[in-house]
Design a protein around this ligand. Structure first.
Ligand SMILES: [Ca+2]
Ligand SMILES: [Ca+2]
Ligand SMILES: [Ca+2]
Ligand SMILES: [Ca+2]
Length: 317
């Protein structure tokens, strides 16, 4: 389905081979059925709605049609799929497909440059590693036979450039974004990059299964995500000794706050004491008071809380 194309403007005179106009974003609505692919159109100011091929594999343990990895990365916490939360023209389910943030209108499939030089048309756009981008063209606006000009799975930098020959009097271009599972292990390439895995190896997690064989990446990820952000605290160094008056503490106690799963987002863990009075050490008197919370930023799975004892000042000679 097409919207009417824009009228031909003066830019067309400078780029006679391509009736293209730099008018973005053009991706301001999508049908719900378009679940396997995001399109953003270049080369003409029209909106394209396209039925999709089947979706590539992804981790979707909560069955909402959006990658659980994407949900954790952006902390979406039950965000509706068919709503455009940040108002950038892309509904959340398609932000998930593009690997962009549903809370940031600047995080969106976006063209940063396009140009026509000699015999080629090129377009540069912000990328997400592991996404499959195709540059496609059609020679007339009503046409439906889009031709794949070139494609790439992004795996470097922050932008990708695709180039197609300018070999027709008129060409309209679009870029499609889709997930791809290069190694067929059930995790798409974008997820594997986000989780620090190799999208071209099914056993890249360095763990062994119960039989001593390399653990598959899919099992590894689903096991870990089942414990995503489950927090535990342990006394990694359970004893500490108060120093003599005038001395600094040399033997600290240590609590370690650890979260399960992958450290994809920042979380703050509240910590508290569960006793006071006789028999309990007193903060600010027996030891330096502990903070009331610990923040584990993205990329960090655990943090230590040191317990620093204070010198006895009430010793009786
Ligand atoms: Ca999901
Ligand atoms: Ca959006
Ligand atoms: Ca966005
Ligand atoms: Ca894979």
């Amino acid at each position: 389905m097409f919207r009417q194309p824009c009228s031909v403007g003066s830019r067309n005179a400078f780029i006679p081979v391509f009736n293209f106009f730099k008018e973005f974003p053009v991706h301001n609505h999508y049908p719900n059925k378009n679940r396997g692919r995001v399109w953003f159109l270049i080369g003409a100011c029209l909106i394209l709605l396209v039925a999709s091929r089947s979706r590539a594999q992804m981790i979707d343990m909560n069955g909402n049609g959006m990658s659980d990895v994407w949900e954790w990365v952006y902390n979406t916490n039950g965000l509706a799929a068919n709503v455009d939360t940040d108002g950038d023209g892309v509904v959340n389910s398609l932000e998930a497909l593009a690997g962009t943030s549903p809370f940031d209108s600047n995080s969106v499939p976006k063209i940063s440059f396009m140009g026509f030089a000699a015999t080629n048309f090129s377009v540069t756009f912000s990328n997400a590693w592991g996404k499959f981008y195709q540059l496609q063209s059609v020679t007339n606006l009503g046409g439906t036979n889009w031709v794949n000009e070139t494609n790439v799975i992004a795996n470097s930098g922050t932008t990708t450039t695709l180039v197609a020959p300018a070999n027709s009097a008129t060409k309209y271009f679009r870029i499609s974004i889709a997930d791809v599972d290069s190694d067929g292990d059930g995790l798409n390439d974008w997820e594997e990059y986000k989780l620090g895995l190799d999208p071209f190896s099914t056993t890249s997690n360095s763990h062994l299964d119960g039989n001593g064989q390399p653990l598959g990446d899919y099992a590894y990820v689903t096991n870990k995500i089942a414990a995503q952000n489950v927090v535990t605290i342990s006394a990694t160094d359970p004893t500490t000794v108060e120093p003599d008056p005038g001395q600094s503490a040399t033997d600290l106690g240590v609590f370690t706050v650890t979260r399960g799963g992958f450290p994809l987002n920042s979380i703050t863990v509240n910590v508290g004491l569960n006793g006071s009075g006789a028999g309990f050490a007193t903060p600010g008197l027996d030891y330096l008071a502990l903070p009331g919370s610990v923040t584990l930023v993205a990329g960090v799975s655990s943090a230590n809380l040191n317990v620093t004892p204070m010198a006895n000042t009430n010793l009786v000679d």
